[in-house]
Design a protein around this ligand. Structure first.
Ligand SMILES: Cc1cc2nc3c(=O)[nH]c(=O)nc-3n(C[C@H](O)[C@H](O)[C@H](O)COP(=O)(O)OP(=O)(O)OC[C@H]3O[C@@H](n4cnc5c(N)ncnc54)[C@H](O)[C@@H]3O)c2cc1C
Length: 551
């Protein structure tokens, strides 16, 4: 790895004397001797350091030794996104000469990024560029040992990528040196995937929550506090609520069962979100929103699944899987929806090993020059077809209906029609899956003629209608007949009576049958299933949270 170059000066900018003077009253001066370590990998940074005099060296350290990344001279500063998120450092920083530093702690840094637009721009741009580079270089010594025949391997790859965590992936079937590694560590096939990091215990077939704990994703979360607002779900709706709530001074905690981004995070390209004419990947959108929410001081607990809502008493309490309950004075339910599963008896056996619910670059890598099938007639299926047709040998779009006009945007229908690499199979449904260890073949049947055809297709993308993530609400709030949360004017007098609605006023827009509990985005009954509407609802609900907290 060569020293990092910084062509436009945005990754390693030098602050002017005037900018340093603005920071100085918020920081503490500190002298360090040559060789003194300021920050070690695995430790949580106290904030950032501006070099006033001398020089700091940044190195990546691993079992194999240290590699020089960059040096910070006078006016330059340390840190990347983890300075905002409070996650452990991935690099070592030490004084390369006797130096004088200005230490700016988390609280002071948050204050600066919220109140000083010029410094906020400089810091955020540098942090995001540094993190992108860290990911590209897979810095940080984290190795994921996985198998193409293990669904958990794909799950963990997605979890790490969607949490912007750099790692090196080693596939058992592809890498000849891996067998020796497996023997060395005494790993059995059932224990794959394995996460190895030299300074932490090895994790064998871990859950997302195990990984989040080991990597210190949630070290800043304070379960003893009563938050103004708890948002459940960090999809577009929940992240928007977090950004607006935190920026407007509310003390907000977001619980996310998996990784930020929600369904949008599994999209290869979102082209209809206002302001992004060239489109952007769902992961890009989520990463930006995540940093934005952290910048304003929202706390986001990763791999923290809400398991129940106790809404009979104030403050509300939310039970979490494998962690202490958390308490809040208002709740925003933004737990979204997920694709319905095809009703095929052996479907689960192939999930992650041939059957997928998202079409990002991770799944795309598996489909190079292969024939694939996509089930579904909505925009997500259309996007996946267009994206994967550039990688796969051929894409079959399978829909039960007579065509796409009813369910898919025109621009996608046109692209599918014009592509020689995509075939549309209407009035057709998948009737069987087959394979050992991995999907090897599937069959589809024509609904009118009954004709059945078997194909050697190893990758099936299931993108059919969504069902809401409301099981965790356990009857706390009124739901519609499809289990979506009813809000505002959709709540009938009978709903409110059954829920013992205690107030004279009717529920506000997006308020559920329980006062101070709101629902936004795809989880809400009657919502438009779009990124823009989810973001809009999340931001509007925050205005109403202010109102109910003041009541
Ligand atoms: C592949 C794909 C492509 C798409 N493309 C587009 C597009 O181009 N344009 C467009 O406008 N829309 C698109 N959509 C639709 C859009 O992504 C959704 O409408 C939007 O993501 C809904 O946002 P949300 O925040 O309401 O819910 P979600 O995105 O569903 O997010 C909900 C979040 O809540 C979390 N969660 C669920 N249960 C719990 C729990 N109990 N505890 C804690 N967390 C929980 C989930 O892990 C998830 O992160 C696409 C969807 C998909 C799947």
């Amino acid at each position: 790895m060569a020293e990092w170059t910084d062509r436009d000066g945005a990754m390693f900018p030098t602050l002017t004397a005037e900018q340093i003077a603005r920071l100085a009253p918020l920081g503490v001066r500190r002298r360090v001797a040559e060789g003194e370590v300021i920050l070690d990998p695995g430790t949580v940074p106290r904030g950032l350091y501006v070099v006033l005099e001398g020089r700091l060296e940044v190195v990546s350290s691993s079992r194999a030794g240290e590699v020089h990344i960059t040096a910070h001279g006078p006016g330059q500063f340390t840190g990347e996104v983890n300075v905002l998120t409070g996650r452990p450092s991935l690099v070592r920083t030490r004084a390369a000469a006797p130096s004088e530093l200005l230490e700016v702690n988390h609280t002071a840094l948050r204050h600066i990024v919220q109140t000083d637009p010029e410094l906020s721009d400089i810091f955020l741009r540098a942090f995001v560029r540094r993190r992108a580079r860290i990911i590209a270089e897979a810095l940080g010594d984290l190795v994921l040992l996985g198998s193409r025949y293990s669904a958990a391997s794909l799950r963990l790859k997605e979890f790490l990528s969607r949490n912007a965590q750099p790692y090196t992936y080693v596939e058992v079937e592809r890498d000849p040196g891996v067998q020796a590694l497996i023997e060395h560590f005494g790993i059995s096939p059932q224990e794959i995937p394995v996460l190895i990091c030299h300074d932490r215990p090895m994790l064998r077939n871990p859950s997302d929550a195990d990984v989040a704990k080991s990597l210190g994703f949630n070290v800043e979360i304070d379960e003893s506090r009563v938050y103004d607002l708890i948002v459940v779900g960090a999809g577009p709706a929940g992240l928007a609520a977090a950004v607006y709530a935190a920026s407007e001074g509310l003390d907000v905690l977001v619980l996310e069962g998996n990784a930020p981004g929600g369904q949008a995070g599994s999209s290869s390209r979102i082209e209809n979100y206002l302001g992004f004419p060239l489109g952007l990947t769902g992961q890009d959108l989520a990463a930006r929103a995540f940093v934005q929410a952290e910048k304003f001081g929202a706390q986001i607990a990763i791999a923290r699944m809400a398991a129940g809502l106790n809404c009979s008493r104030q403050p509300f309490s939310v039970d979490c899987v494998g962690a202490d309950p958390v308490r809040g004075r208002a709740i925003i339910v933004a737990s979204g929806a997920e694709y319905r599963r095809l009703s095929l008896p052996n479907l689960r056996q192939f999930e992650g090993v041939g059957v997928y619910y998202g079409a990002t670059s991770l799944e795309a890598q598996l489909c190079v020059d292969e024939e694939i099938a996509i089930v579904g007639g909505g925009d997500s299926a259309g996007q996946a077809a267009v994206f994967l047709s550039g990688i796969a040998k051929h894409v079959h779009v399978v829909v039960r209906g007579p065509g796409l006009a009813e369910s898919m945007s025109r621009y996608l229908i046109r692209r599918i029609d014009e592509s020689g690499a995509i075939s549309l199979r209407t009035r057709t449904e998948i009737v069987s899956l087959d394979g050992s260890g991995h999907l090897e073949r599937l069959a589809w049947s024509h609904r009118d003629t009954g004709a059945t055809e078997s194909r050697d297709i190893r990758h099936l993308f299931s993108m059919t209608g969504a069902s809401p993530n409301t099981a965790w609400l356990q009857g706390c709030v009124a739901l519609d007949d499809k289990q979506f949360v009813k809000t505002g004017a959709d709540l009938s007098a009978e709903d409110l009576e059954a829920a013992h609605w205690p107030l004279h006023r009717h529920p506000y827009l997006f308020e559920t049958s329980v006062p101070q509990v709101f629902a936004v985005g795809d989880v809400r009954s009657g919502s438009v299933k779009r990124v823009a509407s989810a973001v809009g609802e999340g931001s509007v609900a925050v205005q109403l949270v202010h109102r109910v907290l003041a009541e």
